[in-house]
Design a protein around this ligand. Structure first.
Ligand code: ZN
Length: 203
């Protein structure tokens, strides 16, 4: 039986959970706060939102959950949430695999040259390059090819050419996409503060 002290100690060691009304608890944070350990009762897969293929660990995709609950089983329930599995073991010692977190909704992603591009990836780029004040990814087409342009509002007093090179290199490394980089002023974004803007004409 669970006594109050044991219950409390468990509560104290758990900071955030991830779940839905249908699924119950899917994953939970431990004291290390380095991702969310999967609950023992669930099977979590990360799938390509378009093809439904399983994605390797470390790649973002839709969190799809199976719960083998006898009274209310759910097989491959698509959450619409965007997540990614971590591969390194947690220093807390729990063997349960971990979700890196929930980065947004899969519907917010756009496919560029066959790869999904999500708003959280542009936020990560901003975090990696302190000279960036705001960055927006704009997708267009030229000669039937997708073109990715990163529009960057930078902090004052930087060398624009050096920053363009740095942003293009980091984008290639973390988005795996080649991009053109434009240094722009803050007012050029107007009211559109979205991280990913798709201007392709699908007609
Ligand atoms: Zn842990």
């Amino acid at each position: 039986m669970w006594g109050i002290p044991r219950f409390r100690s468990t509560l104290c060691a758990t900071y955030q959970g991830y779940g839905t009304a249908d699924l119950g608890c899917v994953a939970y944070e431990c004291t290390e706060r380095r991702g969310f350990h999967l609950a023992l009762s669930v099977i979590v897969e990360i799938l390509d939102p378009e093809t439904g293929d399983n994605l390797p660990d470390g790649e973002p995709g839709e969190v799809v959950v199976t719960v083998m609950e006898p009274l209310y089983p759910l097989i491959r329930f698509g959450t619409g949430d965007l997540g990614m599995m971590l591969t390194d073991p947690c220093s807390c010692g729990r063997p349960a695999r971990r979700l890196a977190g929930i980065f947004g909704r899969t519907a917010d992603g756009v496919k560029v040259r066959g790869l999904f591009l999500y708003p959280h990836q542009i936020e990560a780029l901003e975090d990696r390059i302190p000279e960036i004040r705001f960055c927006q990814a704009v997708v267009t087409t030229s000669d039937f090819r997708d073109v990715l342009t990163l529009k960057v509002d930078s902090v004052d007093g930087i060398d624009p050419d050096a920053l363009k090179g740095k942003v293009a290199r980091e984008a290639k490394a973390c988005l795996r996409l080649t991009s053109a980089v434009e240094i722009v002023t803050a007012d050029s974004f107007g009211d559109n503060k979205r991280k990913v803007v798709d201007l392709r004409n699908w007609e």
